[in-house]
Design a protein around this ligand. Sequence first.
Ligand code: 5GP
Ligand code: ZN
Length: 113
Amino acid sequence: MSDCIFCKIVSGEIPANKLYEDDEMLAFFDLHPQAPTHFLVIPKKHIKGPGSIEEPDTGLIGRMIKKGGDLAREHGIGSGFRLVINNGADAGQSVFHIHLHVLGGRAMTWPPG
Ligand code: 5GP
Ligand code: ZN
């Protein structure tokens, strides 16, 4: 997707502060962190959002969630972190390339805003 900012991060056209990369996913720190530790895990493949996951992608999404937890532990927030995936503008999605937010390092409240 040529107009997708996260596809541009995947291709290297836009820089990002990366924590992890393999052949199918990438993790990088959020530009506007909402917690002391806030990073994103994205697939290299363009998937619009959680409402657009197709059956062949389910393994990839599962591995992204596991990687989010592994990275949370490695970055010192393993005892308390929150995973968020927004779908659609009404839910606060602003980048339409699926991404798992991993947030930690502060107390979280419920319900989320
Ligand atoms: P959403 O609101 O779609 O769930 O989350 C998009 C996230 O991407 C936001 O938290 C925003 O700060 C982050 N973001 C948007 N553009 C960039 C960028 O160019 N680089 C990085 N590192 N984060 C970005
Ligand atoms: Zn994309």
